[in-house]
Design a protein around this ligand. Structure first.
Ligand SMILES: Nc1ncnc2c1ncn2[C@@H]1O[C@H](COP(=O)(O)OP(=O)(O)OP(=O)(O)O)[C@@H](O)[C@H]1O
Length: 472
């Protein structure tokens, strides 16, 4: 009975969200439909004094991007973007080097210049690598994957697993762009919606997908042979090996790999126990680790706002929405229900927002994400389903409508770090705003602050000293 009720409620919720997305799709697209560029100092002059509340000023100031910022970070040995080498010095194949430059990359980031020479050297070495969100891990492992492909062999040799459909597609797109000048390399997505007939033998070199589909194709349909895989990559490795569901599937796949297969594990976070487990399943790895205090990027400024009730919480969101004339925001909610509620309330008030949560079909999810990427909506409301890996350059504000907690209600610091990492991509400035609505959520906020050893500042419109500090 309870199950039937839950199913009915879920169906209804799904229909509501679908309807909402349809409505959103019908909303007239604003003039600034193109993805806006990074915020420049001169944009501040455009602030209309009539609507420039202190909150707006704070956010604008925090987002100013100075032209020399990236250069400064590149020269700072403490920055994850610090690089002493050039891409040429990494000994990539000339075709891949052309691909890298065609993507507009000039210099490698720290993780790229540290990991890549080891990953592409012979004999192949296993690696467990950690680097902050938005610092170019995808390019690091993708270049290593493409380097290892032997196009004389017509079967899958490289397997890359991602935790979500969206992330697998995003990684595949990066790989395809990197491989632009290697047309003979064939890349295949193993994700929901991609189907193969029984008896098919895949001739693609690189498989990028989610664990369930990869299991089906390899062990159920025998479309490719796991023992012939020479490179196995786990993106967001900590969830892939520690989170129930993914864990079983990954371990099953892992068991069929040859002993010679090179393993690469990448993530921005590894809890201590997860790292120990990773080191146990990956033979003799080279490990690249961050110190706790390095995990949160300095270019993401973190704030909390006290919101005593739901109305004020909504008002804070409406204010933030008003501020974003440049850039975009992602709002994270704890449940689909809250995400749906917030999205419909904002849509009713004429705001153009997208909503993406787990119960949409994969096609709907991708469509919502594409619209947001293209700048049709300036706000995307979502749940943890989008907390990891998604790379949208122009996102400069992340709002935690609800702070991330685990099943016992304690601070989920890893999810927090991944959520706020949707902004501040590759050295850009970003702002994370936490809406604190109870003593319990204040405690969660403090626990997160303590965990990373980085201050989460009170965003208090009355506190002019604090306001002056922001953006300096
Ligand atoms: N060397 C480079 N030069 C310039 N831009 C780069 C370089 N490497 C990566 N980027 C860009 O930086 C952004 C973030 O990279 P990426 O998505 O790989 O980060 P990540 O470390 O995987 O982040 P996450 O932990 O969130 O998954 C992307 O837009 C990517 O195109």
């Amino acid at each position: 009975m309870a199950d039937t009720w839950t199913k009915a409620a879920e169906n209804q919720e799904q229909q509501e969200i679908q309807k909402l997305n349809e409505n959103i799709n019908n909303v007239t697209i604003s003039n600034d439909a193109k993805p806006p560029a990074a915020v420049k100092e001169e944009d501040l002059d455009e602030v209309n004094p009539a609507d420039a509340s202190l909150l707006m000023k704070i956010i604008r100031k925090g987002l100013i991007e100075t032209k020399t910022d990236l250069d400064i970070q590149r020269k700072d040995p403490n920055s994850p973007l610090y690089s002493v080498k050039t891409f040429e010095a990494l000994h990539l194949k000339p075709e891949l080097l052309r691909g890298v430059y065609a993507m507009g990359y000039n210099n490698p980031s720290k993780i790229q210049e540290t990991a890549l020479p080891t990953l592409i050297a012979d004999p192949p070495q296993n690696m467990i690598a950690q680097s902050q969100s938005g610092t170019g891990k995808t390019a690091a492992f993708t270049l290593a994957m493409l380097t290892r492909v032997d196009t004389a062999k017509d079967f899958p040799q490289v397997l890359c697993l991602s935790p979500t459909y969206e992330l697998a597609i995003q990684t595949g797109e990066v790989a395809a762009r990197m491989a632009k000048f290697c047309p003979e390399i064939r890349i295949r997505y193993a994700v929901r919606g991609e189907d193969i007939a029984r008896g098919t033998k895949l001739t693609d070199h690189v498989i990028i997908g989610t664990p369930g589909k990869v299991l089906d194709w390899s062990l159920k349909f025998h479309a490719f042979d796991l023992s012939k895989i020479t490179v196995f990559v786990l993106d967001e490795a900590d969830v892939m090996i520690a989170q129930q569901g993914h864990q079983d599937q990954c371990i099953r796949l892992h068991k069929h790999l040859s002993k010679k297969c090179q393993m690469m594990l990448f993530s921005a976070t590894y809890e201590k126990k997860v790292m120990e487990f990773a080191e146990y399943i990956v033979p003799s790895p080279i490990t690249i680790r961050l110190k706790k205090e390095e995990e949160v990027l300095d270019n993401i400024k973190q704030y909390y706002v006290r919101c005593p009730n739901q109305d004020i919480k909504y008002q804070a969101i409406a204010n933030i929405y008003g501020v974003i004339t440049i850039g975009q925001a992602i709002i994270f909610c704890h449940t689909r229900k809250t995400a749906g509620w917030l999205a419909s309330k904002m849509a009713q008030e004429g705001h153009s927002v997208g909503v993406l949560s787990g119960e949409l079909t994969v096609e709907q999810r991708l469509a919502v994400l594409d619209r947001f990427r293209e700048g049709h909506e300036k706000v995307l409301i979502t749940t943890n389903v989008l907390s990891r890996g998604i790379d949208i350059e122009q996102v400069n504000i992340v709002v935690n409508f609800d702070l991330p907690v685990d099943q016992t209600g304690r601070a989920d610091c890893e999810t927090y770090l991944h959520r706020i990492g949707r902004t501040g991509r590759f050295g850009k400035h970003g702002i994370a705003i936490n809406l604190v609505d109870s003593e319990q959520s204040m405690k969660v906020c403090r626990d997160i602050e303590r965990h990373f050893g980085k201050k989460i500042m009170l965003l208090d419109a009355e506190n002019s000293d604090e306001i002056e500090k922001i953006g300096s």
